[in-house]
Design a protein around this ligand. Structure first.
Ligand SMILES: [Zn+2]
Length: 301
């Protein structure tokens, strides 16, 4: 069983507090991972306003303890309080991840804007988000990024084509089954797409049939594919903070079952792109998640 951990960092606080704790735990467990960091301003307060408008929110808030998880400063960031920078606020911390053997990739510029407005940004808006994010990455590492993971698993034809022209090793923008090549308006793009294959903890935590952490752990262990590649997305704000202990237990249970941990760039390096299935990118809804995500459509070839 192969497991690639994709750690999304969406907020200033997630990077400051969640990432160092996750990195320490993973180093102690001898496990590699790929960190995807939002490069621009932390406007997550606006995301909270979006979530507040969602009818299922109050129930989920009680179950997931959003303020405890995210902290009041994050909940207000970009609304009542100014947006704080994310990656650019902690360049040494971000560089330290690579020195510790982790992969670091770009998780957009303004996470909230990308997630909420991708279909109204237009070509210029999308290219501006990508250019700002890639420039920030270059400022931190003095080299260009080789990978991108779309905020909120949201993408469209404009973003897929724009990213395809940027000579990336791979993208991880969607939810799906296996690595694939995207077909957009009849054209097969060259950049391999490595989708997230498992449900996220915040999606699972709202479920009535999984009342406590041991039940959630048991559920996760049934979700991993023993034969193939599993891509599991975790969040610095969740597994790096209030849920660090349950995530550590998951890592140990996977190790006990012989899981081999790989970085997404290592997976991409060994792929033969020509052998990958070709699929369209469709829009789907997932249990426990509000709104749509981009997903792998059926195999076409
Ligand atoms: Zn994210």
């Amino acid at each position: 069983m192969e497991v690639a951990l994709k750690i999304d960092v969406d907020t200033h606080q997630g990077l400051k507090d969640g990432v160092p704790r996750l990195a320490r735990m993973l180093v102690a467990e001898g496990v590699s991972a790929s960190f995807y960091i939002a490069m621009g301003p932390d406007n997550s307060g606006r995301a909270v306003v979006r979530v507040l408008r969602n009818p299922g929110f109050l129930k989920k808030m009680r179950r997931t303890k959003a303020v405890r998880m995210y902290g009041l400063r994050t909940v207000l960031s970009g609304t009542l309080l100014p947006a704080r920078p994310i990656a650019l606020a902690f360049p040494n911390l971000v560089r330290g991840l690579k020195r510790s053997g982790f992969e670091v990739g770009v998780h957009g510029w303004d996470h909230v804007r990308w997630q909420d407005e991708i279909d109204s940004l237009g070509e210029a808006g999308i290219r501006a988000e990508l250019a700002e994010a890639f420039e920030a990455y270059r400022a931190i590492f003095r080299e260009r990024t080789r990978s991108f993971a779309a905020p909120g698993w949201r993408t469209n034809a404009i973003a897929l084509r724009a990213l395809d022209s940027m000579e990336l090793g791979y993208r991880s923008d969607t939810r799906g089954r296996t690595p694939f090549r995207c077909r957009v308006d009849g054209e097969v793009l060259k950049t391999p797409e490595l989708p997230t294959t498992l449900p996220t903890l915040d999606e699972v935590m709202g479920r009535e049939d999984l009342p406590d952490a041991p039940a959630v752990l048991e559920f996760y262990l049934t979700q991993f594919n023993a034969e193939g590649l599993n891509v599991h997305t975790v969040h610095a704000e969740t597994e790096g903070m209030a849920e660090l202990e349950s995530f550590t237990n998951l890592i140990r249970a996977l190790k006990a079952r012989g899981a081999k941990f790989v970085r997404l760039d290592q997976v991409a390096a060994r792929l033969d792109s020509a052998e990958l299935p070709v699929c369209e990118v469709v829009r789907a809804t997932l249990p426990g998640r509000a709104g749509w995500v981009a997903a792998q459509g059926p195999d076409l070839a």
